[in-house]
Ligand binder design. Structure first.
Ligand code: SF4
Ligand code: SF4
Length: 382
């Protein structure tokens, strides 16, 4: 297995389930299950035992490995230099090896099958991929400065569609020259890779890369931090020759102060793992919020590098393998957001948006806290 030589170097100190400020437990799967086996360290020991033949792989090991939502909290806090940077890569490799042995939990198997068969987890035809843009009069890409890539959630998820429309309008208002792919868009593969299916992710990537290279795309701006991550980090090795930014970065560079806002508004911001811990961008969304007059930004105790994941990564947004209940990461997160006193919880990722919106409903917090996508919030201020 990839990185097998690193497995014995975890010494089970347990720091990997905490944030850097030790505010609370910060590994979503540990929060949910409260067994050490569901932490990074627990997974390292189980994988080592499995690889050395001390443990037989089965359904339980598959559940433990596939409930890692690839949030990278452990990568921040692991005490052991040398393995720290590779923890999530090790877990993804282990998921891949389990898949080769046919040990994939049913919901993950269904998700991957939908990706293979339909090219998206919603099982929708590509002909519907441009519906999100109806009525916006957006040009197809034909040499503009940027290609705006919305991905599966921007094309098919109800809240994601709203976010994609707001981002497109915001890019237009910010004077960004961009076009879209519409029906020609295909999946980026980030969450397929996070679920351990490296070869399918690579096939999706090469398909999308081929289209973008054929069109001569030089710069991509993405709706989702997940797409931003794989296009920026992995696509260059798979033939991608374009620069990639998240929409918040592109807009933040162009927006200094937004038009006078209405009444004062207290907002807290949820850092998406794939924008923050994976790509190191914490400032652009906050710069945009600070540009809104009358808006007060209230930080949660766990923010930036210490942010608690919404639980939507690693394919869990589609597979739900992490499960539900009061210890679900998204529900813990919205309780933390409500405690800041903010009236709005802003999200910059379509997956976070839905996870948090559902969690506010499950917690019955709707009269205290509204989940809004950052782009729609900014548009309202212009
Ligand atoms: S990546 Fe996140 S969910 Fe996975 S082990 Fe690390 S902290 Fe836990
Ligand atoms: S912090 Fe690192 S060394 Fe310690 S238990 Fe977690 S993975 Fe192992």
């Amino acid at each position: 297995m990839k990185h097998e030589e690193l497995l014995h170097r975890c010494f089970r100190c347990g720091w990997c389930k905490m944030p850097l400020n030790y505010a609370d437990f910060n590994c979503p799967s540990y929060l949910q299950y409260r067994f050490e086996s569901f932490t990074a360290g627990g997974r390292m020991w189980l994988i080592r035992a499995w690889q050395q033949g001390e443990l037989k792989a089965g359904e339980r090991l598959a559940q433990i490995l596939f409930t890692c939502v690839t949030c990278k909290n452990c990568v921040q806090t692991c005490a052991m230099a040398g393995i720290r940077e590779q923890l999530v890569e090790i877990f993804m490799a282990a998921k891949g090896e389990l898949a080769e042995q046919g040990l994939v939990p049913p919901s993950v198997r269904d998700y991957l099958k939908a990706m293979q068969t339909h090219g998206n987890p919603y099982k929708r035809p590509d002909a519907e991929r441009a519906r999100w843009a109806e009525g916006l009069d957006l040009p197809r890409y034909s040499g503009q400065e940027y290609l705006f890539y919305v991905g599966d959630e921007g094309a098919f998820d109800e809240l994601g569609i709203g976010m994609a429309r707001s981002v497109a309008r915001l890019l237009g208002k910010a004077g960004v020259d961009f076009g879209i792919l519409g029906e020609a868009e295909t999946s980026d593969g980030n969450d397929v890779r996070a679920a351990g299916e490296e070869s399918l992710a690579r096939a999706l990537a090469e398909n999308l890369t081929g289209k973008l290279n054929d069109l001569g795309v030089k710069k991509v701006v993405t709706l989702s931090p997940h797409a931003f991550n794989i296009l920026k980090t992995d696509y260059p090795a798979w033939g991608g020759v374009f620069a990639v930014e998240h929409w918040s970065q592109v807009v933040a560079r162009r927006v200094r102060a937004l038009a006078p806002a209405g009444p004062s508004l207290a907002v807290t911001f949820h850092d998406p793992c794939y924008l923050g811990r994976w790509q190191g961008e914490y400032e652009a969304p906050r710069a945009l919020l600070r540009a809104v007059p009358g808006l007060t930004l209230l930080e949660m105790p766990r923010s930036r590098q210490n942010a608690l994941c919404c639980g939507g990564g690693g394919g869990n947004f589609f597979t739900d393998i992490l499960g539900h209940g009061g210890d679900q990461a998204a529900r813990v997160r919205v309780r933390e957001a409500a405690e800041t006193g903010a009236a709005v919880l802003a999200a910059a990722c379509p997956l976070c948006l839905k996870m948090l919106d559902d969690a506010v409903k499950a917690e019955g917090l709707g009269d205290r806290l509204a989940v809004r996508d950052l782009a729609t919030l900014l548009l309202a201020a212009r």
